[in-house]
Design a protein around this ligand. Structure first.
Ligand code: NI
Length: 148
């Protein structure tokens, strides 16, 4: 099995604030990311597709094609945007790195023409990396844990 990863960066702003919680609890949970007027991050995004090599092309997926798909589905939608208000498909989601991974997965999964989406890694800073393996369903995982 082969794993092909495309990496890119984008810039965006956000504010982490859950309106169901009090202002003071929000400040306690989200700290500087709760700043009332938002703040920016330079995000690093890594998309990994896995699959077998097509003998005709010698590739799992053409990385230029993968880049075009990621640009269309993710980059052009979020780069230099305010993630709280500018992106319709992020509405009603707290724009944490974890939640962004899930939203990105949902947009990309059905658009990968060869191989299958394997993982999405996203970071706001070089020292914290968030990885989502969407094909390992959360529900399935919980059910398996319960039966153990
Ligand atoms: Ni932040």
């Amino acid at each position: 099995m082969h794993y092909v990863t495309k990496k890119m960066t984008f810039c965006a702003s956000h504010r982490l604030h859950n309106p169901k919680l009090s202002d003071s609890v929000n400040r306690e949970i989200f700290e500087v990311c709760n700043n009332p007027n938002g703040h920016g991050h330079t995000y690093t995004l890594e998309i990994t597709v896995r699959g077998r090599v097509n003998p005709e092309t010698g590739m799992v997926i053409n990385v230029r094609e993968l880049k075009r798909i990621i640009n269309r589905e993710i980059f052009e939608q979020v780069d230099h945007k305010n993630l709280n208000v500018d992106v319709p498909w992020l509405e009603d989601r707290l724009p944490t790195t974890e939640n962004l991974c899930v939203a990105f997965w949902q947009r990309l999964e059905k658009n990968i023409p060869y191989g299958e989406l394997f993982s999405i890694k996203l970071s706001e800073s070089p020292n914290s990396i968030f990885e989502y393996l969407g094909h390992i369903g959360d529900r399935h995982h919980c059910e398996r844990n319960r039966s153990q």
